[in-house]
Write a protein that binds this ligand. Structure first.
Ligand SMILES: *Cc1c(COP(=O)(O)O)cnc(C)c1O
Length: 460
């Protein structure tokens, strides 16, 4: 008899509320601080950049749940509920007694979980009278998700794309343009900072830090324009909780509950999204689920970073927050999982880790690609290099079960497909993919440049 593999909830069971974990853990709310005074930034300081509703969500400790507006639910219905899949083909190949499930977020129009937050971000901005959103994109995942969402709500979308990626990833660019987004290679002549930086030829290829500065300047200088972030912030993790909520409902229907939940961790949004509903059960109902955040050894923010106040970006425009960080000047080696090359970590995920509510591991990319290819050959979905970190860890946990005979239930988040990452697979097959040494000295150097903030705890 064939086993049922794919569990897709009917639209009527799609959650209509996000889970606000700040209600359960109000002390997890750490402010953004002004680096000049070490004092928390007043909310008004963020108003030129972000929609008021999003700032309210950022600091909300009063509401256990936040209603998902009907307009947002409608656009979610383009691809949600997403399937929860039992990895029967992979289980067979591994000969493991463990049960492996994955939540597949690659079915979104832009191919990753990032659409879960781009949709509400576009919606709230539109509702508050904004006509244009500006953002930056490196590999193009966030730019694609925002461009898709802006099109749905009739907003203009301005994407500053690191020039090196703009030239190397023409298909991501065309995807953003298909949804109507304006893609500008950064540094550009559209902003003051871009013009200044262009005077030095060394800046021509751009960097994520430069692209952020250009998008922020656009928002600061124009009343009709706001800035958006695709990860890290509390409101982004809030929007992503729909991943874990749906997983929980679908698992309930098959009579299962995870012993381990695994996700890759860049800025922490897909990890927070799948983990928070189960983590809340650990806190409130005394469940004992284990959570594993997976990062690349080239950018080991949780496993080797420091819990300290640091800037959110290389250009020091995003005010300091308390988080695990490798230092804002840390430049990770060029691993293919571009979405995991972030020096910092979501303050919420950092809080969970500091309180030992979650575990973290770091993996080398050759192992990650070996296991991504095993997954592609068994389950037949070609995963994004970022998501493959979660796959590799799920496989390792399933293999441990094979040794011990334990029948654990493992759930991981397949945050996106890898259809635009064929160059990475090509270098794996061509044998040119490199592992990188632990960047201990680079981290030590970058940690010397943390801002001096004297607020509450931190810098311990
Ligand atoms: C952006 C991205 C990530 C990393 O971002 P998080 O905020 O840590 O989730 C992971 N997977 C995919 C497919 C991405 O596009």
């Amino acid at each position: 008899m064939l086993k049922n593999r794919s569990f897709v909830l009917p639209l009527s069971k799609m959650p209509n509320k996000w889970i606000n974990i700040l209600y359960t853990l109000p002390e997890a709310l750490t402010p953004l601080v002004d680096p000049a005074t070490s004092q928390p930034l007043p909310v008004e300081a963020l108003l030129p950049l972000f929609a008021k509703s999003l700032i309210e969500q950022e600091i909300n400790t009063k509401d256990e749940f936040i209603d998902i507006p009907e307009e947002v639910q409608k656009v979610y219905s383009l691809y949600r509920p997403t399937p929860l899949i039992r990895a029967t083909f992979l289980e067979e190949a591994l000969q493991t007694p463990a049960k492996i499930y994955y939540k597949y977020e690659g079915v979104s129009p832009s191919g990753s979980h990032k659409a879960n937050t781009s949709i509400p971000q576009a919606y709230y901005n539109k509702k508050e009278g904004i006509t244009k959103l500006a953002t930056e994109t490196g590999a193009g995942q966030w730019g694609s998700a925002l461009s898709f969402a802006c099109n749905q709500f009739g907003l203009e979308c301005l994407i500053f794309m690191v020039r090196a990626s703009f030239e190397q990833k023409p298909y991501r660019k065309i995807m953003m343009q298909t949804y109507g987004g304006k893609v500008i290679p950064s540094p550009s002549d559209k902003t003051k900072i871009g013009k200044t930086l262009l005077e030095d030829k060394l800046n021509y290829n751009g960097s994520l830090g430069i692209a952020i500065s250009e998008a922020v300047e656009m928002a600061m200088e124009n009343n009709d324009t706001h800035y958006t972030l695709g990860s890290v912030l509390n409101h982004v993790l809030l929007h992503q909780t729909i991943i874990g909520e749906e997983s929980k409902i679908a698992l309930e229907e098959v009579g299962d509950y995870p012993d381990i939940v695994i996700a890759c961790c860049g800025g922490g949004s897909n990890f927070g999204g799948i983990v928070i509903p189960f983590l809340k059960d650990n806190i409130v109902k005394g469940k004992k689920t284990q959570f594993i955040a997976v990062e690349p050894t080239a950018c080991p923010t949780l496993t080797k970073g420091k819990y300290a106040w640091d800037f959110g970006d290389t250009g020091k425009l995003i005010p300091p927050a308390l988080m695990y960080t490798l230092g804002h000047s840390f430049m990770p080696s060029p691993v293919h999982a571009g979405g995991l090359r972030y020096h910092g970590e979501s303050p919420l995920v950092s809080y969970f880790y500091n309180k030992k509510m979650i575990d973290a591991v770091a993996l080398q990319q050759i192992e990650v690609f070996e296991k991504a290819v095993l997954f592609a050959k068994t389950e037949s979905i070609i995963p994004a290099p970022e998501s493959s970190h979660a796959i590799a860890t799920a496989i390792n946990e399933a293999l441990k079960c094979k040794e011990t005979g334990e029948k654990k239930t493992i759930l991981f988040n397949l945050s996106g497909h890898g259809h635009f990452d064929m160059a990475a697979y090509e270098s794996y097959f061509g044998g040119t993919l490199e592992n990188y040494d632990h960047p201990e000295e680079k981290i030590e150097e970058a940690l010397k440049h943390l801002p001096q903030i004297n607020f509450g705890c931190g810098n311990d």
